[in-house]
Design a binder for this molecule. Structure first.
Ligand code: NI
Length: 186
């Protein structure tokens, strides 16, 4: 396995629609997924999409803690090594309840920054693992947020494009000023 270079905001690979994977069980897809997991963990990210490592294919990996609704704002809170690891090839998302929920997001392609993003709080998703098994789940809270964030990458969308209030776009190093405040009222 290898640690791959991460594309940063402005690279065209992050702005295009990624291609469907013809065979999720192909050896080159298994190798890509292994490298993506190693790259995500090395970079201390909660998720990674293939376009972020310059591969325009519909593949995401993520580790989302089940019981958490707030991703936290600080760098140290972003990644939970104990959370279950999920690989999704050709993922699809359905919104179960369009009621939206706000939360802080960060992205390995937008380093050192955090932004407040509203997203549907309750989704259903499906995709394939690299053994060809169908994975189908419902997700809420941080889990739902991570899946939507990663799948957005497959459609050329960064979280920054979903922000409605640029006052809530800040450097992680300044997160201490926000951590104990509700930004909706702040
Ligand atoms: Ni991202």
């Amino acid at each position: 396995m290898a640690i791959l270079k991460i594309a940063r905001m402005g690279h065209p690979v992050l702005a295009r629609i990624a291609d469907t994977v013809p065979d999720p069980t192909a050896p080159d897809i298994k190798r890509l997924v292994g490298d993506m997991i190693e790259t995500m963990q090395d970079a201390n990210g909660a998720g990674l999409a293939a376009p972020q490592v310059h591969v325009p294919l519909r593949v995401v990996v993520f580790q989302a803690p089940e019981g958490r609704s707030d991703p936290g704002i600080a760098e140290a809170e972003r990644f939970d090594h104990s959370a279950p690891l999920t690989v999704l090839v050709n993922p699809e998302i359905q919104v179960v309840d369009s009621t939206s929920e706000g939360g802080w997001e960060g992205c390995l392609s937008v380093p050192e920054l955090r932004g407040w993003v509203d997203r549907p709080a309750h989704i259903r998703y499906r995709g394939f693992d690299t053994n060809g098994n169908l994975i189908q789940r419902t997700a809420r809270g941080f889990h739902a947020r991570v899946v939507q964030h990663e799948c957005d990458h497959l459609d050329g969308v960064l979280y920054v494009q979903r922000m409605r209030d640029m006052k809530k776009f800040l450097f992680e190093s300044e997160a201490q000023h926000w951590a104990r405040r509700d930004p909706e009222n702040g």
